[in-house]
Design a protein around this ligand. Structure first.
Ligand SMILES: [Zn+2]
Length: 339
């Protein structure tokens, strides 16, 4: 029986445990001495060579050494784990002064931008904004605007029908009727919004935007309408731009006119944008037809009005020299980013 052998193992184990720098090293050292195939376990196997009276004493020594080493291990483990946690927290500390990741910002769509610009010009003349539903009763989109069921104007506006009574509005003009039915004149409103027609080519989209204008008062003249349109053209294109009216026909106005602005691109000399005419078509307008006033519950003897309508995409193509209207809905960032 060799007590010195046990004491040597204990001494070696204590030294090795104290040298460990990490919890993994500490654990590996423990296994080396106390594990199933460790030095102490190997020593225990020698027990069978001992005499019967020596065995208990030997077992006691080994067990005492074992528990002494176990408790040293626990003390050291606690110390190393605390140190390691501190290091981990130091390494993972967030640096609040670092700049955040770059996120590119989107921009307003050109059509939306032009619409805002148009609204702002009319707002300076005292017009305020009204809106209406995109799904309209046939009555508001057509009949109240003096376009009865058999009227040829219905064929011109390739309409999306939802059922026999409802359509996707083909124009913003129904906003006029809604407003006149609800509010008392004098009225000075614009109605911007999306409209829908079954049409798609280089200059037509199935969904596009219009701005409708309506002024109702006791006395309203064509001269005031022309003044309003001329003011808009000057504000939108520039101070030198001229405005002209050409006689036209619309079911909901009488008399009716097409509004032209002199081409700002070529100063009226003629270019591709104005199709070499020197003039840009802006939209339609006229004095509100007595039947429309009546449909909205106003007496044509008491009230007069003017109305106008313009396409927003059309205004954007003219102002920014865009030749294909379909670019607006293709969502190509290279195109949209230019504005
Ligand atoms: Zn031109």
């Amino acid at each position: 029986m060799n007590k010195e052998k046990i004491e040597q193992i204990q001494k070696d184990a204590e030294e090795a445990l104290k040298k460990a720098q990490t919890s993994q090293q500490l654990y590996d050292t423990k296994v080396l001495f106390l594990g199933k195939n460790g030095s102490l376990s190997t020593l225990m196997k020698d027990m069978k060579n001992l005499s019967a009276e020596d065995r208990p004493k030997f077992g006691q020594w080994v067990n005492e050494t074992k528990s002494a080493l176990e408790s040293l291990y626990e003390t050291l483990e606690k110390k190393i784990k605390t140190k390691e946690l501190g290091e981990q927290l130091d390494n993972e500390r967030l640096d609040m002064t670092l700049p955040g990741p770059f996120k590119p910002l989107g921009a307003q769509h050109l059509v939306d931008k032009v619409m805002d610009e148009m609204i702002a010009i009319f707002a300076r003349l005292g017009f305020s904004v009204r809106v209406g539903p995109m799904i309209e009763k046939d009555y508001y989109n057509f009949e109240a605007l003096n376009i009865p069921k058999d009227h040829p104007a219905r064929d011109e506006q390739d309409t999306f029908y939802i059922d026999s009574e409802h359509v996707l509005r083909t124009q913003t003009s129904p906003i006029q009727i809604h407003t006149m039915k609800i509010e008392k004149p004098p009225l000075k409103i614009i109605g911007p919004g999306a409209v829908f027609r079954c049409d798609y080519d280089i200059s037509h989209l199935p969904m596009f935007h219009q701005i409708e204008g309506l002024y109702v008062d006791k006395k309203v003249s064509m001269a005031e309408l022309k003044g309003t349109m001329a003011y808009f053209n000057r504000e939108f294109f520039g101070a030198d731009v001229k405005t002209r009216f050409r006689p036209s026909f619309f079911p909901f106005t009488e008399p009716s006119a097409e509004v032209d602005a002199s081409c700002a691109l070529c100063s009226g000399k003629g270019c591709r944008m104005c199709k070499f005419s020197g003039w840009i078509e802006m939209g339609g307008c006229g004095l509100v037809h007595p039947n429309v006033l009546k449909a909205a519950g106003l007496s044509p003897e008491e009230w007069q009005g003017f109305a106008f309508g313009m396409g927003v995409e059309r205004m954007a193509t003219v102002k920014y020299g865009i030749e294909d209207i379909r670019l607006f809905i293709e969502n190509d960032v290279r195109f949209l980013g230019q504005f």
